[in-house]
Design a protein around this ligand. Structure first.
Ligand SMILES: *Cc1c(COP(=O)(O)O)cnc(C)c1O
Length: 322
């Protein structure tokens, strides 16, 4: 079954061997899949999902894209860029309060011409529903893109990404990815089942406890597989999730994230982000130090993007002081 898709991401993204980081950690060989370089508006993993979500919005005859996220949401920034590129209006419901100076992703949202509606973290979904209804009444033909772009349609981006990986190089023992709303990891897992990718896929949880994240991933796999006319249902124990690195909670950059960001930058000239890849890399580094991986294994760190948040307050000041 063919799910409609637009083509905008710069694909395939490169795979790079991180020789100096691998040597410094004296563990497995570490490679990096550069989904921070998907091209549109500083890129990131959401661009792959949005290729499918935007096609769905076009088919529905929508004119306005709506989505929801945190003040420094990379997802919302990529939605805003996509809307600009394809001639949609864009309304973003962001949790937080309007800062005096917009920085990082929020600055980019505004450059891309998105309208911002502010909400609390607790009620942002209700606000989104209200904004949707209002937009409908005003004839704006809104289309709601779920949190993180994680729906059956969105996860097709990562089903395809595993196909792409298989066509590049497939003998990785591990894929390590940041996992938050679960769409990326569930797409990878579904793609791995379909294309018989043999490596293990470990999600470092950014936000939720393992049981909850595993449930989301499992549900998304079922929904995504149904969209493809398949019946794939992974047992929960095959969904590998580590929630040891939640630290101070979502969006709180601690010493482990700072160390990971500094190591990648100073050893490889590679930029991580404070919220997602910084945490996932911190988890990977800790697991390597604990001897979790075999020396002979090949580990693929899947870089999911997010780097504009490096330039967002308060992260920028915290990184400069450390
Ligand atoms: C959204 C995001 C993730 C998490 O992806 P999910 O599909 O929500 O699990 C990881 N890294 C970055 C940079 C992101 O913006």
């Amino acid at each position: 079954m063919k799910v409609p898709r637009v083509r905008i991401a710069h694909l395939p993204t490169r795979i790079e061997f991180l020789e100096r980081l691998s040597t410094a950690l004296q563990g497995p060989q570490i490679f990096c899949k550069r989904d921070d370089q998907t091209g549109l508006g500083f890129g990131g993993n959401k661009t792959r999902k949005l290729e499918f979500l935007l096609a769905e919005a076009q088919q529905a005859g929508a004119r306005t894209l709506l989505s929801v996220g945190a003040i420094q949401s990379n997802h919302c920034r990529q939605v805003a860029a996509m809307a600009a590129r394809y001639g949609f209006d864009c309304i973003l419901v962001l949790s937080g309060s309007e800062p005096e100076i917009a920085s990082g992703n929020l600055f980019l949202d505004q450059l891309f011409g998105a309208k911002i509606v502010w909400a609390n973290r607790e009620n942002r979904n209700q606000v989104l529903d209200q904004v949707f209804q209002d937009a409908q009444l005003q004839g704006k033909k809104p289309y709601k893109i779920p949190y993180g772009g994680s729906s059956a349609t969105g996860l097709m981006g990562y089903v395809e990404a595993i196909n792409e990986l298989k066509s590049q190089e497939s003998d990785f023992d591990w894929i390590i990815t940041a996992s938050s709303s679960g769409g990326t990891q569930s797409g990878m897992l579904l793609g791995a089942e379909i294309s018989e990718f043999q490596g293990k896929i470990l999600g470092i949880s950014i936000e939720d406890h393992a049981a909850q994240l595993r449930e989301s991933v499992s549900r998304l796999i079922r929904e995504g597989s149904a969209l493809l006319g398949l019946k794939i249902d992974l047992p929960l124990e095959k969904i590998l999730v580590n929630d040891d690195y939640l630290g101070g909670g979502y969006g709180v950059m601690g010493p482990a994230e700072v160390e990971a960001i500094q190591m990648f930058a100073s050893l490889e000239g590679l930029l991580l982000d404070p919220v997602y890849t910084g945490r996932a890399a911190a988890g990977m580094i800790d697991l390597i130090r604990k001897g979790f991986f075999d020396q002979k294994e090949k580990v693929l760190f899947w870089h999911t993007g997010g780097t504009p948040a490096l330039f967002a307050e308060p992260y920028l000041s915290m990184l400069q002081k450390s």
